[in-house]
Design a protein around this ligand. Structure first.
Ligand SMILES: Cc1cc2nc3c(=O)[nH]c(=O)nc-3n(C[C@H](O)[C@H](O)[C@H](O)COP(=O)(O)OP(=O)(O)OC[C@H]3O[C@@H](n4cnc5c(N)ncnc54)[C@H](O)[C@@H]3O)c2cc1C
Length: 385
């Protein structure tokens, strides 16, 4: 495992080449990639790692997240999936609990089976590597499944990671300043300063003027997740997700399971330490992050319908996070007409797409070709809206 490049209190020096606004998984992964490519980078965020990335389950599931009419997102997700093993290895595969044992998608009743069959048609059309399974075959892969489960699809290439552990590892490797950007113009970022202490930014060449403070750099990258639309005029909106964490004996479940249960979707992700994540609701509620009785009830009802033994284990956390959604469900990765580089709007797959986004943004900032065609993800696609 390669040694971390920077561990302990980070020390930004001089005018950074790049300021990354937002320290969720996207901003931190971008900053780490830029550092590894030789750039001086600083991330500004009032509370790094506490946004959607803290809520996320950590499915890295291009196959089970595939949707009709979204081939460009599928291609991005497949490329992201291929980038994960090296990314996890560089952070420490065990440290981030990266697991590559596939994922099962199952149908609860006959109506749900029809939904799954429709998805299987998509898998076939896109030539994706999946195995269709009968009920008994599903239960031999995951013995905890209810006997009534109607059948399923196993994807060997979907995998998983613990996003909270990824954030811990990235924060060891990336310099962060605990401030909130209040304005971004060209290559300048104005910070509100309420949580920023002077010492952390008073380095030799940074331009700092009282309060508000102005920081200058070579290139600004905006990765402020669901809050990006508050900072700049892009159509990014928060999509709330409530999510639960249970705790059971290690090895209770063998495989991550995604299910369609009476028309709604639920997933259950076991980690190696006995944690089992159950998620997630999809709600248009603005910036509300309340956990509701109804949200918790629906998730537990559907998860226990699929895996009855979950009713016996501890419920240890209820949480809600805000996915950064866009009008066409695709992320925004690229340089805008304003010269700002955007890495935002990753919606349901920001954990999966963090490594490929980081590689693409680092290439853009250095003036190199990105590792994939970014035109479907351009910030300028919303110019007329
Ligand atoms: C319940 C739930 C489950 C999910 N499960 C999965 C999953 O299994 N797999 C998957 O791939 N994805 C999943 N996602 C989606 C994934 O979490 C997001 O796509 C991803 O975390 C987005 O990362 P981000 O860094 O863009 O945003 P965030 O993690 O939200 O980070 C944005 C950061 O910007 C900071 N910020 C805000 N305003 C400012 C400002 N003015 N100045 C500076 N900083 C600012 C915030 O403090 C925050 O730290 C899930 C999301 C939710 C909510």
């Amino acid at each position: 495992m390669p040694a971390p490049e920077l561990v302990g209190t980070p020390e930004p020096t001089g005018t950074p080449d790049v300021i990354v606004v937002g320290g969720g998984i996207i901003g931190l992964a971008v900053a780490w990639q830029l550092r590894r490519d030789g750039a001086e980078v600083v991330v500004i965020d009032p509370a790094p790692g506490t946004g959607a990335s803290h809520a996320a389950a950590g499915m890295l599931a291009p196959i089970h997240e595939a949707c009709w009419q979204e081939s460009h997102i599928l291609r991005l997700n497949l490329a992201a999936s291929r980038a994960w093993p090296a990314f996890a290895e560089a952070l420490g595969t065990t440290a981030v609990d990266y697991r590559h044992n596939g994922m099962l998608m199952v149908a609860y009743d006959a109506g749900d089976k029809a939904v799954l069959d429709n998805l299987s048609d998509l898998h076939e059309r896109e030539d994706l590597p999946v195995e269709r399974l009968h009920s008994r075959e599903c239960r031999s892969r995951e013995p905890l499944l209810a006997p009534g489960v109607r059948g399923g699809v196993y994807s060997p290439i979907d995998h998983q990671v613990n996003p909270r552990r990824v954030i811990v590892e990235l924060l060891k490797r990336v310099p962060t300043i605990p401030a909130a950007a209040t304005e971004i113009t060209g290559n300048q970022v104005v910070t509100g300063g309420q949580v920023m202490t002077g010492n952390q930014v008073m380095t030799s060449n940074q331009v700092i003027t009282g309060n508000p403070r102005v920081m200058t750099c070579g290139q600004v990258v905006v990765a402020a997740g669901a809050w990006t639309g508050k900072l700049l005029s892009l159509p990014i909106r928060p999509i709330k997700g409530q999510i639960l964490r249970l705790n059971g004996p290690e090895g209770l479940m063998r495989l991550p399971v995604k299910g369609v249960v009476r028309g709604s979707s639920v997933y259950v992700i076991p980690r190696s330490d006995g944690e089992i994540v159950v998620g997630a609701t999809q709600e248009e509620q603005g910036f509300d992050t309340r956990v509701t009785a109804g949200g918790v009830h629906e998730l537990l009802r559907d998860a226990i319908a699929l895996l009855p033994a979950l009713s016996e284990i501890d419920l240890v956390e209820t949480w809600a996070g805000l996915r950064p959604g866009t009008p066409d469900n695709a992320p925004i990765i690229g340089m805008g007409d304003d010269g700002i580089v955007y890495a935002s709007g990753h919606y349901r797959n920001g954990i999966l797409t963090a490594p490929i986004t980081a590689a693409a943004v680092s290439a853009l900032v250095q003036g190199h070709d990105p590792p994939l065609d970014l035109s479907p993800f351009s910030p300028n696609r919303f110019a007329s809206q």
